[in-house]
Design a binder for this molecule. Structure first.
Ligand code: PMP
Length: 407
């Protein structure tokens, strides 16, 4: 196997040459969004140079070509997560919209007064609020699984929450706030045993681990393009075909219909039933190019390199006095979240920014997690395979500088 060549990979990402406040950019905010390789930027630009046209309206060559690129991207994504059929891949605006779609279609149809929906304390707000809204609409109850003090999903507590009332379990694959990997291989069969369906929020997982929805046997899997090297405004909802077929449509309009009349409108087949209106065509094509980009690599090698970076960053963090890692002693991927005694996270973030280092500070859209852990927020360095050990050295030199300013 060839050695992973990070210098070569960095050449694929033009933005990494940018200066910020006169310093080399050190981009460690991949949990918020990833940077885009040249091939994705080119795919989007070429669409506008050569092919721009609406899809599925094809009375002419450009529209046929746009439709072909658009549908090829769907098949790429199908293979990327090993779905059984292209009909199981629904385009959405992102993870948030994917989860809201399930809540408002499957949820409105299947969740009733007295039912229970289980999530976890580790969830991103987008895997909390849609279920709170559904519970308000239906009279169901939302139950959050506890988080252990080290940031781990509490499997024993999960087991005790399960009952015949549980209709849905919706949990993240990897926490964007802490990088902790949840035991979804155990969660999914346990939920199925009580007859519940399972949705996995894969927004943080898609760029970092290999996803096999058939092996996982989850009922739904949601993720966003922009966190995996594709543009913003495009995401995916995977659902098992028989479940999606029985779900009512959500948004009404063009594309999602078969025949419209004032007497009775009938709906299009999967996946179009859930894709009302002109889609974000350039972003779909960009996502297809992002999948192509990722699949050029041995993805295990990418994941191993990211783990090597995480281990390196973790051991450096452990040498800093007053620094506490949040999310430790458990399986993790690519995120180092921490607090520093006597320093406000936001102040540290600002001092790092002055040195060209981009991290995120705050609650990371996981306010219930922060309150369960009794903290206001963290400093989060979320790494990607284009980061280097030298950049991690810069991060910790920056942190020591911040400490000397703030203490
Ligand atoms: N869930 C997780 C775990 C996430 O990391 C994110 C994005 N940070 C989301 C959901 C929401 O994704 P989006 O904003 O792209 O819809």
């Amino acid at each position: 196997l060839q050695q992973f060549d990070v210098d070569k990979v960095r050449l694929d990402f033009p933005i990494l040459n940018e200066k910020v406040h006169g310093q080399d950019l050190v981009y460690m905010d991949n949990g918020a969004t990833s940077q885009k390789p040249q091939s994705v930027i080119d795919a989007i630009a070429n669409f506008y140079y050569q092919t721009n046209s609406n899809v599925h309206r094809g009375a002419h060559a450009l529209s046929d070509h746009a439709t072909q690129l658009f549908e090829e991207a769907r098949v790429k994504v199908q293979h990327f997560i090993n779905a059984n059929s292209r009909k199981e891949i629904i385009w959405t605006r992102g993870t948030t919209e994917s989860i809201n779609l399930v809540a408002q279609t499957w949820g409105r149809q299947n969740i009733h007064q007295g039912d229970e929906i289980i999530i976890s304390t580790l969830e991103h707000h987008s895997n909390i609020v849609p279920w709170q809204m559904l519970c308000e609409q239906t009279g169901a109850t939302l139950i959050p699984v506890e988080v252990k003090a080290n940031g781990q999903f509490d499997l024993a507590n999960f087991k005790s929450c399960l009952s015949s009332k549980t209709k849905l379990v919706s949990v993240g694959h990897i926490s964007n706030a802490l990088g902790v990997i949840n035991p979804i291989e155990q969660i999914i069969p346990l939920a199925h045993e009580v007859g519940a369906k399972v949705l996995i929020d894969g927004a943080q997982a898609a760029p970092h681990v290999i996803i096999d929805v058939q092996k996982l046997n989850c009922d739904f899997y949601a993720f966003s393009g922009h966190k995996m090297f594709a543009p913003t405004g495009i995401g995916v909802l995977y659902g098992k075909e028989d479940i999606l077929s029985n779900m009512p449509p959500w948004h009404g309009g063009g594309e999602m219909i078969e025949v419209v009349s004032f007497e009775k409108t009938t709906y299009n087949q999967l996946p179009y039933k859930f894709e009302a209106g002109t889609p974000n065509i350039e972003a779909v094509i960009g996502l297809g190019a992002a999948v192509d980009y990722l699949e050029k690599f041995d993805r295990k090698q990418l994941a191993n390199y990211e783990l090597e970076l995480l281990d390196y960053a973790t051991s450096k963090a452990q040498q800093i006095s007053g620094l506490k890692i949040i999310g430790s002693d458990c399986e993790k991927a690519s995120v180092l979240s921490f607090i520093i005694e006597g320093c406000h996270s936001q102040d540290v973030g600002m001092i790092l920014d002055q040195q060209g280092i981009a991290v995120r500070t705050g609650h990371h859209c996981a306010m219930p997690l922060m309150s369960a852990l009794n903290i206001n927020g963290t400093i989060r360095a979320s790494l990607c395979f284009y980061n280097t050990k030298q950049e991690i050295d810069k991060l910790f030199a920056g942190i020591e500088k911040a400490q000397s300013f703030l203490n």
